[in-house]
Design a protein around this ligand. Structure first.
Ligand SMILES: NC(=O)c1ccc[n+]([C@@H]2O[C@H](COP(=O)([O-])OP(=O)(O)OC[C@H]3O[C@@H](n4cnc5c(N)ncnc54)[C@H](OP(=O)(O)O)[C@@H]3O)[C@@H](O)[C@H]2O)c1
Length: 162
């Protein structure tokens, strides 16, 4: 499985249940990479989506400990141990870990590639992604040109497990 995330210069990813910045070029890229595939996300990230609904054209596997939890149009999963069994149901679709902080943390060891949007700024944050530059098993495979949207500079960086 792979993961996809937008981080700031401190590897911050969110604050008070929201993204740090909405960058439409990044959203479009997220859609392009993940459409037709499977997302794994935490219950809090699902609830941060517009109307708390899953995104179109993607399967969603949502982690929650709450056995009573109900959400339309998603597949619920109640532990990491249960995840391989749940994913079997999606055949050979690509699987992307899509957050939030707690889910990235737990599933990073199982990921091969990390599609990172690096935002060249620092924002107040309460949720962080592990700093891949400090983890010896990860290396940069591709680094895109810097881009700018509404005064926010960012670049797309692909990390790969060595
Ligand atoms: N920058 C980005 O690319 C990006 C992407 C995604 C999210 N985010 C941000 O990340 C923040 C949310 O992250 P978060 O860490 O607070 O929440 P989260 O990871 O989205 O969701 C946490 C919840 O997932 C469930 N969960 C996690 N691990 C589980 C396990 N092993 N078994 C069963 N359930 C499990 C639990 O739900 P229950 O409480 O229901 O048991 C837990 O409370 C938001 O600010 C969001 O905007 C940023």
């Amino acid at each position: 499985m792979n993961l996809i995330v937008a981080v700031d210069e401190q590897w911050g990813i969110g604050k008070e249940g929201e993204l740090l910045r909405r960058i439409s070029t990044d959203m479009k890229r997220f859609r392009g990479i993940t459409s037709g595939n499977v997302l794994i996300l935490g219950r809090k990230t699902l609830e941060s989506f517009p109307n708390k609904k899953p995104l179109p054209n993607r399967e969603h596997v949502v982690l929650t400990n709450n056995l009573e939890y109900k959400a339309e149009g998603v597949t619920l999963c109640h532990s990491i141990a249960e995840l391989p069994h749940v994913l079997e149901g999606f055949g050979d679709k690509e699987v992307f870990v899509a957050g939030g902080g707690s889910v990235y943390q737990q599933l990073l060891p199982f990921c091969e590639k990390a599609y990172i949007t690096k935002i060249h700024a620092t924002f107040p944050a309460d949720t962080y992604f592990p700093d891949l530059d400090q983890l010896p098993e990860w290396e940069i495979a591709e680094e895109g040109e810097e881009q700018e949207e509404n005064g926010v500079r960012f670049s797309f960086v692909l990390y790969r497990k060595k």
